[in-house]
Each structure stands twice: as C-alpha cells, then as structure tokens.
Write a protein that binds this ligand. Sequence first.
Ligand code: GDP
Ligand code: MG
Ligand code: K
Length: 281
Amino acid sequence: AHVINVALVGNPNCGKTSLFNVASGAKEHVGNYSGVTVDAKSGHFDYKGYRFNIVDLPGTYSLASYSPEELYVRKYLRDATPDVIINVVVASNLERNLYLTTELIDMDRSMVIALNMYDELEKRGDRLDYKLLGSMIGVPVVPTVSRTGQGLNELFDTVIDVYEGRDEDVRHVHVNLGEDIERGVTAVKDLIKAEPDVSPRFSPRFIAIKLLEDDAEVIRLVESLPGSAQIMEATRAEQQRIELMRKEDASSAIADEKYGFIAGALAETLVKGDQDRNNPT
Ligand code: GDP
Ligand code: MG
Ligand code: K
C-alpha cells in the first residue's frame, strides 16, 4: 500500500491532539495543559488503500527559533520531511492562526488546512468562504470538528488528492511581502539558490526570509556554507535598505506585511456574525 506521512502543525490548543486521537484511535491527553517535554506522538491508520503515518507535533504560534517547540517543529519539518502537512487552524481565530500558515507557505511544502472548531464558527454566526480563502493562498481548506471527527474523511480525501498531485486548489502561491521586502528576499534567495549544499528541505525563500528576520538558527545554517560571507553581506545590506524604506526593522516589516495579507484575505472571505449584530445599519 502507499504510505503517506502526515504531520499536524498548528497553534497550541487548536485541536491537533483531538484530531490525532480520532484519526488514529489513540488516547493521548487532550486539554489545556502545558507539557514539560517537547516531543511528538505518532500513530497510524489505514484509509482508502493508504497507510497514514500521522505525527502530532507540539503547538507553536510561529516558526521562529525562540522556543523549544518552534525549534522542534522546524527541525521535524526539515529532517523528517512529511509528505503532507496538515496545518490545523482555529476557524474562529484566523487572524492569529494564519500567521504560522504564511510561514509554512514560505517553506513551499505540500499542505492542507484543517479549518478546525468549525462548530464554534457556525455557533457565532460567522460565515467564511473557505474555498475562496484556499484558492487565494494556494492551499486547500477543509472544515473540521476534530472533537467529533466531523470533516475528517474529507480532510484525508484532500490529503490523498494533494499527495497524488490532483487537487486543483494547490498552486505555488507565496504571500507577497510588498515591493520593498520582495526585492530583498529575491536578492538573498538568488545567492542561496546558487549554493550547492544548502539544506534542500528548507526552501530558499524560507531561508531568505528567516535571514532577513535575523533568525539565529538559520544564520548558523548559512554560516556553514561556502558562500556565507556574501550571503550575510547581502542580508545586512537588504535589511538596512528595508529599514530605511519602512522606518522599522526588517523582521517587523515582514510581520506587518504578513498580518496585512491575512487581514486582506479575511476581509474578502469572512463575514462575522456578531459584527452584523453590533453594527446594525
Ligand atoms: P492541541 O493543543 O492542538 O493538541 O488541542 P487539543 O486537541 O488538546 O484541544 C484543545 C481543546 O479544544 C480541548 O478542550 C478540545 O476538546 C477542544 N477541541 C478540539 N477540537 C475541537 C473542535 O473541533 N470543536 C470544539 N468546539 N472544540 C474542540
Ligand atoms: Mg496537543
Ligand atoms: K492542549
């Protein structure tokens, strides 16, 4: 049978472990606890002739390299290279949850979004055109309620489609960071692409953005490359240029652009129920 390696990635408390339990029949602890150890649980199940190996990764708000959870998830995505990432997001808190999504998009990996706690979104009376959102970001979006298992067949059907390369919503879209920053990303990315030995598992775009953000781990990675002096010099120059244009450091400018992109995408796809109620016209 075909084996599909799947990793669950998402913010803390977005319902990853619930999804993992329902899908794999495991009984991992679910709830608002903060674990002492940072690790991953793995399980497996068979569906439609495929063997799914599924890994429940620690919750993270971003793929920066500040916390042990972030470093763990990053290392996992780089070294274990799951075939398909399931990015679990909280449907009623997309402004925050989609930040991590933008970083996964930078990584340029096969991915499906589980729009989890969809029951909460419906209860609030919010309406989201999730198909349009998916086509805007180039990632298929499937509503789920991982506590009950609702939507999980559709989710894993979509994982199969993405794995087999037949989902029409999958496009290589990237989150456009605006002219000032994109120029810097391209300059650094082109130097990284020219390196023979750069970690093939982090995309050149992800590495370039992380360099511009002063990411300590990615700087160490790049420092081991033959062309590191030139890459770091270009990074510093582009950071200074961006700072001059934007009057803020490059990493803040990148975060602002990402949150702006998310806000723009949600403005086109999300109608909040309580908004309608609070602002009668
Ligand atoms: P994790 O931190 O991402 O592993 O999240 P958990 O699976 O531990 O879930 C966090 C909390 O959200 C628990 O209380 C779950 O019962 C609850 N939860 C998970 N999925 C859903 C869902 O789809 N809808 C609702 N309403 N609650 C959910
Ligand atoms: Mg969990
Ligand atoms: K939890």
